[in-house]
Design a protein around this ligand. Structure first.
Ligand code: NDP
Length: 459
C-alpha cells in the first residue's frame, strides 16, 4: 500500500501518518488497527472527468476534473475544490487523505474528500471562469449531494466560483440544498466561513502558547511570520493583529514581502489592500513598488519569507501551499527563535522539516519549537463548513457570535484531544512538550477506524 512512487504527495502524507502511528504505542495496544490503516488508505471512489469550455476567443479549452471520495465513515464526503495548474491525482489524494482525519478531529459528522481541476483561474475573465465552473459542475453534480458529498473552496476557488457552481447544480438537479459550503451570506452561507481557517489557526496557537507558558503568555507582543496572502493568510494576519501580535511577513507564489526593520507590523489596512488585489488575482509584487509599501517592506522575488525576516520570529504560520517549509528553513526558524509553528496550509512542512521540529521538541524541552500539523491547526475552515451544513439542514442562520464561539470551542477541543492522545500513546521524554502531530494523527485515525469497524469495512 505504501509503495506508490508515482503519487509522491500522497505517499508523503501516508508516510507522515503511518510513521507517527508506528512510532507510538498504538499498534502494540491495538495491533488490529494495522488492517484498518491499510483499508483507510484506499479511496472509496475516485471520479475523473473531462471539462470542456469556451474561452473569450471562442476557442475550445480542455481541463481535467477530479473528485476523490476518500472516506464516508463519519458522514458525507467533505473537502474543498482546488483550481490550480499543478492539480493532479496525487495532490488531491494527499489532500483527501488528510481531510479524513482533520474532519474527524472537528468532532462533527463529516467524511473526507477533495477535488478540483488543473484549470488556472489567473488571467481568466469573469465570463471564462463562469463558463468553466458551469462545465465542471455539469459533470460533478452527478456525484455529489447534501447527504453524499459536500465540496467547498480551496486554492483558486472563492465565493464567486462556489456561486457559479451552486447555480449550475441547482439548475440541473432542480434542488436547492446545502451541496456546497462557502456560499454567499444571502443564499445559505454561514457567517465566519471566510474567516474560519485563518481565525481557527490563531485560536489553536493561542492554546499552544497558553499551555507551553503555563498561561503566562499570549499573542500580545509576538512577532508572527506568515506565508501566503490568500484567504487563510489574510484572516490569520487580521486575527493576530487583533490579539496584539505583529505580522512580519506575507507572500505569494511570486515572492515574499517582509518588514524592513525589526519593529512594526503589517496593519489591518495594508492587509485589506493586499486582499483587494488578490480578488483581482494580481501579485503582491505590484504593490511592492508603491511608495506606501516600498518604504516599509522589502520584496524578495521568488523567495519564501522564512529565511528573509529581519530579527526575531516567535510564531510561524505557513498558509500558502504544501511543502513550503524545508528542513533548512525549519532550522532557520528555530535559529530565529521561533517557538510555535502551526500550519494554515495542508502539509505545509516537508517531512524533513517535521523531523527537525520534532527532534527539537524532544531534545531542547522548554526551549524548543512546538509544531502543529495542518490537519489539526487548520481544521477551523471545514468545521465552520460543517456548521454551514447544519444551518442549511435546519434552514436557520446563526449569528457571527454564535458561529465564532462554536469555532473557538472546536479549536480548543481539537487542541486538547491531540494533546491528551499524545500523552496516552506517544509519551514525550521528560520535560518535553507532547507531540501534537502524533496526538492529532492518532486521535483522528482511531475515531475513523472505530466507525469503519462498526460498518464492517474491516474486521
Ligand atoms: P488562496 O488561493 O486564497 O491563497 C493561496 C495563497 O498561496 C496565495 O497567496 C498564492 O499565491 C499562494 N500559493 C498558491 N500556490 C502556491 C505555490 N505553489 N507556491 C507558493 N505560493 C503559492 O488559498 P487558501 O488561502 O484558501 O489556501 C491556502 C492553503 O490553506 C492551502 O494549502 C489550502 O489547502 C489550505 N487550507 C485552506 C482552507 C480554506 O478554508 N480556504 C481550509 C484548510 C486548509 P498567488 O496569489 O500568487 O497565487
Amino acid at each position: 500500500m505504501s509503495n506508490l512512487p508515482y503519487e509522491p504527495e500522497f505517499e508523503q502524507a501516508y508516510k507522515e501518518l503511518a510513521s507517527t502511528l508506528e512510532n507510538s504505542t498504538l499498534f502494540q495496544k491495538k495491533p488490529e488497527y494495522r488492517k484498518a490503516l491499510q483499508v483507510v488508505s484506499v479511496p472509496e471512489r475516485v471520479v475523473q472527468f473531462r471539462v470542456v469550455w469556451e474561452d473569450d476567443n471562442q476557442q475550445v479549452q480542455i481541463n481535467r476534473g477530479f473528485r476523490v471520495q476518500f472516506n464516508s465513515a463519519l458522514g458525507p464526503y467533505k473537502g474543498g475544490l482546488r483550481f490550480h495548474p499543478s492539480v493532479n491525482l496525487s495532490i488531491l489524494k494527499f489532500l483527501g487523505f488528510e481531510q479524513i482525519f482533520k474532519n474527524a478531529l472537528t468532532g462533527l459528522n463529516m467524511g473526507g474528500g477533495k477535488g478540483g481541476s488543473d484549470f488556472d483561474p489567473k488571467g481568466k475573465s469573469d465570463n471564462e471562469i463562469r463558463r468553466f465552473c458551469v462545465s465542471f459542475m455539469t459533470e460533478l453534480c452527478k456525484h455529489i449531494g447534501a447527504d453524499t458529498d459536500v465540496p467547498a473552496g480551496d486554492i483558486g476557488v472563492t465565493g464567486r466560483e462556489v456561486g457559479f457552481m451552486f447555480g449550475q447544480y441547482k439548475k440541473i438537479r432542480n434542488s436547492w440544498e446545502g451541496v456546497l459550503t462557502g456560499k454567499g451570506g444571502s443564499w445559505g452561507g454561514s457567517l465566519i466561513r471566510p474567516e474560519a481557517t485563518g481565525y481557527g489557526v490563531v485560536y489553536y496557537v493561542e492554546h499552544m502558547i497558553k499551555y507551553a507558558t503555563q498561561g503566562k503568555e499570549s499573542f500580545a507582543g509576538k512577532r508572527v511570520a506568515i506565508s501566503g496572502s490568500g484567504n487563510v493568510a489574510q484572516y490569520a494576519a487580521l486575527k493576530v493583529i487583533e490579539l496584539g501580535g505583529s505580522v512580519v511577513s506575507l507572500s505569494d507564489s511570486q515572492g515574499a514581502l517582509v518588514l524592513k526593520g525589526e519593529e512594526g507590523s503589517f496593519t489591518e489596512e495594508e492587509i485589506n489592500t493586499i486582499a483587494a488585489i488578490k480578488v483581482e488575482r494580481k501579485q503582491i509584487s505590484e504593490l511592492a513598488n508603491t511608495e506606501a509599501f516600498s518604504s516599509k517592506f522589502k520584496y524578495i522575488p521568488g523567495a519564501r519569507p522564512w529565511t528573509n525576516i529581519v530579527g526575531r520570529i516567535d510564531v510561524a504560520l505557513p498558509s500558502a501551499t504544501q511543502n513550503e517549509v524545508s528542513g533548512d528553513e525549519a532550522k532557520a526558524l528555530i535559529a530565529a527563535g521561533c517557538k510555535f509553528i502551526a500550519e494554515g496550509s495542508n502539509m505545509g512542512s516537508t517531512q524533513d522539516a517535521i523531523d527537525v521540529f520534532e527532534a527539537d521538541r524532544d531534545t531542547k524541552k522548554s526551549e524548543a519549537i512546538w509544531y502543529a500539523p495542518g490537519k489539526a491547526a487548520n481544521a477551523g475552515g471545514v468545521a465552520v463548513s460543517g456548521l454551514e451544513m447544519a444551518q442549511n439542514s435546519a434552514r436557520v442562520n446563526w449569528t457571527r457570535e454564535e458561529v465564532d464561539s462554536r469555532l473557538k470551542k472546536i479549536m480548543e477541543d481539537c487542541f486538547n484531544n491531540g494533546l491528551a492522545t499524545a500523552k496516552e500513546y506517544a509519551t514525550p521524554s521528560k520535560g518535553a512538550l507532547p507531540s501534537l502531530v502524533a496526538g492529532s494523527n492518532i486521535a483522528g485515525f482511531t475515531k475513523v477506524a472505530e466507525a469503519m469497524k462498526d460498518h464492517g469495512d474491516w474486521w
